[in-house]
Ligand binder design. Sequence first.
Ligand SMILES: [Zn+2]
Length: 510
Amino acid sequence: MARATLKRTVIAGGQVYDHDGDTDQPAVADILIEGDKIARIGKGLARRAAGARIVDAAGKLVIPGFVNAHYHSHDVLLRGSFENLPTEIWFMYALPPSYPKRSKREVRARTLLAAAEAIRNGITTLQDMLTILPFDPEHLDLVLDTYAEVGLRVVFALQFADLRALDRVPYWRECVPKKFQDKLVAAADTSGVKVDPMGNVEAAYRANKDRHPRLHWALGPTNPAMCSPASLARVAAFSDEHGLPVYTHFYQSRAEAVAARRLMTKSEGSLAAFLKSVGLLNRRLTLAHSIWVAPDEINEITNAGAGVVLNIASNMKSKGGIPPIREYVAAGTRIALGSDNSACSDAQNMFQQMKLLASMAAVSDPEPGPPSAADALRYATLGGAATAGLDHTIGALKPGMKADLSILDLSASSFLPLNSAARQLVFTEGGGSVESVMVDGEFVMWKRKLTTIDEAALKAELKAVMPVLRRDAAQVAARNAKILPHLLEAHRRSWSDDLGMDRYVGRYRS
Ligand SMILES: [Zn+2]
């Protein structure tokens, strides 16, 4: 977007959170924003910036916008629908392959709803790994236009798979009767329909790469076990050619580790070695979940410069186990945080993710140690930015970086008394104190009012689209009820294979 003259804003007199400064009592400073960037941070800038809009931030805390590094917008409207479903079974209830094609109206409503929630919780960048099934370029256009209109920054990947789940999820073929087998699908399964999903991805990128200034492209093969080596090699080549980040799910469940041992025999049962063999294990790769990772794989990932995005809320909800948080910290692995699907975790809220990360580390190792609250804040901002190669652009409040930030009310109960901004952001705050949110120098929420989303109209749209979705979800649930005992049997069997490690806390062993 061309700007004749740079718009100037000064956020004046707030406590400005600096990852490298005093994270307990952040210093009071003014932030001068010119156009979409932070120009200066210091004292007395408000007095000297003639013609600038002055935002009084006395009594406020200014923090970098959160980067939610793992999220999917396809199932937002099913939030609160499920519990007690292990990962592979949850796929069958919640994800697009089980559902008929959605209406454009529904696609727009779900994209807007989660964007509104994200902004209210101080998220300025979403990594949306979206499944569109059947693929429809008009749905893609609609989603990208919706993000452009809302003003959020988005790291966008079309999620795809080209193998059927039936032979990739352990024990599904053995446990599920033949008459149900054609219903078995995973996150982005095309159910045997002959399509070229990576071809769609390449065409989508070429057609839309410069579509709007806050759109950053990425690649999203759903999971190494669900994609053929040929398609993953194509992803690696496309990523190399265009410098695109790659996100994939990685050891999200115990079943995925069992699958790796059985299917990746040429790579000695290691998903990390398999990803290396197809050319994907490099600094552009980010591995979502990364729970059932073996110790030598942690080193392999870290040495290659690849990173992990941890989604603790989603993992606990879907019985995934606890990732080896302390081991990643000790190895120096790049760490980011994500909220994952609204139909799983069930919130687009990085305060929850930070608290869970810091708390879970405490029960995965009896020795006190990192990550600290300040570390969690780094992962939720700079760590997420690094997954897309944007850590010199967003994730911290520094001159030269984009003006993506939130202004929080320090008179909110979470911060009384203010003993430590970092600890109270991570362990006390839930999002209610977020007053104003800026992306690219523009306020997308100003004093708790969203400036780009008409929330009353959105609520009316939800009323209009939910009856059809509820009807479809009920049909999916009725169909799945007949298959559920068999899926549970497959799930139990996947716990019987010995992996030589555990990712559950306190599991009784006689
Ligand atoms: Zn995911």
